[in-house]
Structure formats: C-alpha cells, structure tokens
Design a binder for this molecule. Structure first.
Ligand SMILES: [Cu+2]
Length: 252
C-alpha cells in the first residue's frame, strides 16, 4: 500500500517542475487570492489562499495583509507610474475591504484601520497552517466603481502579504522564517532574495463596458490601471499589533 504521504513532494520541487514545464507556478503554491478577477460594482467574498509554509515541516503561524490605502498609493497606467491619484479612475476607493471573521485556523485576528477608520489590512495569528496545506483566509471585497469619465478598463489592486512561520525582528527575515508576498516598493518588507520577492497577490476589477461604457473616441482600447501600497504605508501597516497595542511582529 502506498501511504498518501508519499505523493507529497516539497513545494519548491513542485515549483521547479512547474517552471521546467513552462507553466505558471502560481497554481501550485504561491499565496494568491482565490478570486483574482472580479467585475466592477460587485461585492464578493474572497480568500487569501496561503499556498505553503516556509519549507518542509514549517507552519504558517501568523499572516499579515495590507491593502493600498489610496492616500499615498503608487498608481500606474499601462505599467507606467503616474502622478494621478486613484480617485481619477475609481469613484469610491477607500474602505473597500473587510475581514470576514473566521477562527478555524488562526485563533486571533483583527482588522487594521487608518486615521479615517478605513480598513487598510488585517492580521491573523495563533494558528498553524502546515507547509503542505492550502489555507483560506476570508475577507470581503466591496463593490468598486470605475470612474465613468475615465478611460480605465481595469483596475488592479496589489496587496502586501506576509506568511510568517517564525516571529523575528526584521533583521531575522529569511527563507524558512517568513514568506513576503509584497510589491518591491522600497519598504522594509520587500524581502529581496526571498522566495516571494516582488510577487504579490492582486485583485483586478474589470470595467462593466455595457453599463459603464468608455468614450470610444477618447479612450481607444482603454487603460490598465494599478494601485500599489506605498513604501511608507507598507512600513506603517504591515506589522502585527495586537488589541492591547503591542507590536508582536516583527519583534521591535
Ligand atoms: Cu511559492
């Protein structure tokens, strides 16, 4: 009899195989959203899917997520940075995301709020997601409305995510300790050289071209817009601060 365990191969072997086959490794393992693309004006429940731990035998014990706040966020149009704020392309940006309470894996969680009370991320902790599991962490993505006067045909929201296997200081970030699925924006959470470097999860909102048509003459094929958390926001909002106000990750 073959034990089920024998079918299991190390995640990074799976990655290597995926790369050799020329297919996307994302389907195998990286931390991504369950639903990566959604229509505008549609509120959905979604999940961050933690695809693996930090190597064989490790557990993800805590998880930290940041959504771009739209205040000082980086905005790109067709891949090029612009000085436009996201309000040029989205009519209701801000407080679009809510954590959905769930203690099935992580026993403690809370949203992170900015000075305006908007949810800019969340954390989950006090759990164990084994390396060979896919763990779903639920949140609600509010209905985003694309600015009718703009030529945006899609808006891609980039998240910053940390899957933490061991609580350390920032200096302790390393393979086997933490996976940083963050945009490389020059923050303390870029994680150069780590497995997830500059490989963030994203949620793309597609314009409803029937009910919110673009001006064909002015817009042509339309614009692909991106909103990405700034380095300052990442530094401010990535840490896990418990309900008593004590920062528990990274260790101060
Ligand atoms: Cu991976």
């Amino acid at each position: 009899m073959i034990k089920p365990n024998q079918f299991k191969f190390p995640t990074h072997t799976a990655l290597t195989i995926a790369l050799l086959l020329g297919s996307s490794p994302n389907a195998f393992s990286h931390t991504r959203l369950e639903v990566p693309t959604v229509a505008e004006n549609l509120r959905i429940s979604n999940n961050v899917v933690i695809g693996h731990g930090c190597g064989d035998g490790t557990n993800v014990i805590a998880h930290s997520v940041v959504f771009p706040d739209g205040v000082d966020s980086i905005v790109k149009v067709n891949g090029a940075p612009t000085t436009d704020t996201i309000d040029v392309y989205v009519t209701n940006y801000g407080n679009l995301y809510q954590k959905i309470l769930n203690h099935s894996v992580f026993k403690d969680e809370d949203e992170k709020h900015d000075a305006n009370g908007n949810t800019v991320g969340y954390y989950t902790r006090d759990g164990k997601s084994p390396d060979y599991y896919a763990t779903y962490v639920p949140f609600r993505a509010g209905a985003m409305a694309i600015e009718p006067a703009s030529c945006a045909k899609s808006v891609k929201v980039t998240l910053g995510i940390a899957d933490i296997c061991k609580i350390t200081t920032k200096a302790g970030f390393a393979e086997g300790i933490v996976n940083l699925w963050t945009p490389a924006v020059g923050s303390e959470y870029d994680g150069p050289g780590l497995h997830g470097f500059n490989s963030p999860a994203t949620l793309t909102v597609m314009r409803d071209l029937v009910n919110n048509p673009m001006d064909a003459a002015a817009c042509g094929d339309g614009l692909d817009v991106e909103v990405i958390p700034s380095a300052a926001q990442m530094n401010r909002d990535m840490p896990i601060v418990n309900k008593k106000g004590t920062q528990i990750w990274p260790k101060p």
